[in-house]
Design a protein around this ligand. Structure first.
Ligand SMILES: [Ca+2]
Ligand SMILES: [Ca+2]
Ligand SMILES: [Ca+2]
Length: 172
């Protein structure tokens, strides 16, 4: 198995929140609820609805692109056959990434503190050590916060495979 296959397998595992072995709508609802809880957002509020909608947009986009046998779920073969390019990212992953960053930046000042960042990354399935390691890469000077913009770019790089350094660290 090559490095890109490993990466796909790892990402698939993060998205398969209920560990059922396939991706389905329920995984994305579960992930949304975890991020809402980790961010301290009150369930049922407009902020919580935005996170849920972003996750369902992600699911809808992925499912429309990847479910080639039409059984309503996305298995690993279908998932790994989908090219993770910029166009797909812009179409359905960016809204999710923006919602995640927005959830972590509760006061809307454009900055996310380390604690909030780690809580949100852990909610999406990352181990604490990995979440902390990626934060340190985004904040090499150790200021204790990252700009939402920078985090968004790193998610884009991770998704499209352009963020080699961070990705290698994640898998290391
Ligand atoms: Ca699942
Ligand atoms: Ca399928
Ligand atoms: Ca903030």
């Amino acid at each position: 198995m090559g490095a890109s296959q490993d990466r796909a397998r790892y990402r698939f595992g993060l998205l398969d929140a209920d560990d059922s072995g396939v991706l389905e709508r329920g995984d994305f609802e579960l992930l949304a609820d975890r991020v809402i809880a980790a961010s301290g957002i009150e369930p049922g509020t407009a902020a919580a609805l935005r996170v849920r909608e972003a996750y369902l947009t992600y699911w809808q986009g992925l499912y429309e692109q990847a479910d080639s046998n039409g059984d309503g779920v996305v298995d690993f073969e279908e998932y790994s056959a989908v090219v993770h390019d910029r166009a797909a990212f812009e179409r359905y992953v960016r809204p999710y990434a923006e919602a995640l960053v927005g959830a972590a930046d509760r006061n809307g000042d454009g900055w996310v503190e380390r604690e909030q960042y780690v809580a949100c990354m852990v909610a999406t399935g990352f181990a604490v050590a990995r979440a902390e390691a990626t934060f340190d890469e985004l904040d090499p000077a150790g200021t204790g916060r990252v700009s939402g913009e920078r985090w968004l770019e790193s998610i884009a790089g991770y998704y499209t495979g352009e963020g080699q350094q961070v990705t290698d660290h994640l898998l290391g």
